[in-house]
Ligand binder design. Structure first.
Ligand code: SAM
Length: 209
């Protein structure tokens, strides 16, 4: 059944609702860990995760309002109340709206590769973003990412350790060597015979002082 007009909006964070760093306890109505996906597309991965891990809250960031609303309505129909979606530039969210050590995981799958040299400054993984990714993860948290663009992958693997304070690591929940497509783009690329490059990084747990 399609959501009634206005109903599914409960899962969408509207621009006027956010005037400073997110208060996740107020936003989700509980203190469960929060994971964020940047560039959710129509939400295939985020919705599947929200369904199988109800003990986690999921924040989805997507620039395209059209895609975000497709994901939102699907989440509402599937009664996934542990999802909130926000239409925004992820770079702004990272720089201005996420408190330090507030996320258990960040997922970024198939970010736009911007292959033309003159467009490369639009890439999500740049030194400033990397620094924020390092800042917002909790100790022991993970960043999981993928891309089919080999040259961009090499760049990410150079930028992340240098600017984020995160270390390469294997996330037990999202194995790096998994050949399966998890998101719509990954599925499309796997079917086309393209290689999905995956990496995970973690904020190391600090020992007792
Ligand atoms: C290539 S698609 C990948 C979608 C999905 N992650 C997947 O793997 O199927 C990239 C998505 O990221 C979104 N996007 C690109 N730049 C963004 C930004 N700065 N902030 C938020 N979303 C962004 C695009 O609108 C698009 O939906």
């Amino acid at each position: 059944m399609d959501p009634k007009p206005g109903e599914a909006a409960a899962l969408e964070i509207l621009p006027g609702q956010v005037d400073g760093p997110f208060d996740f306890t107020a936003l989700f109505g509980n203190r469960r860990p929060v994971e964020m996906e940047i560039g959710i597309g129509k939400g295939r991965f985020l919705l599947a995760q929200a369904e199988v891990r109800p003990e986690v809250n999921f924040l989805g960031i997507e620039w395209s309002l059209k895609y975000l609303r497709v994901a939102r309505d699907r989440a509402w129909r599937r009664a996934l109340m542990n999802i909130r979606l926000f239409r925004a530039d992820a770079r702004h969210v990272l720089a201005a709206l996420l408190p330090d050590r507030s996320l258990a995981r960040v997922h970024v799958y198939c970010p736009d590769p911007w292959p033309k040299k003159r467009h490369r400054k639009r890439r999500l993984f740049a030194p400033e973003t990397a620094a924020h990714l390092g800042r917002v993860l909790v100790d022991g948290g993970y960043l999981d990412l993928s891309t089919d663009a080999e040259e961009y992958f090499d760049e990410i693997r150079a930028v992340m350790p240098a600017h984020s304070g995160l270390l390469p690591a294997a996330d037990p929940l999202y194995p790096i060597d998994s050949p399966d497509g998890r998101t719509s783009y990954e599925v499309k690329y796997v079917q086309a015979g393209r290689t999905i490059h995956r990496a995970s990084f973690t904020r190391p747990i600090r020992g007792p002082r």
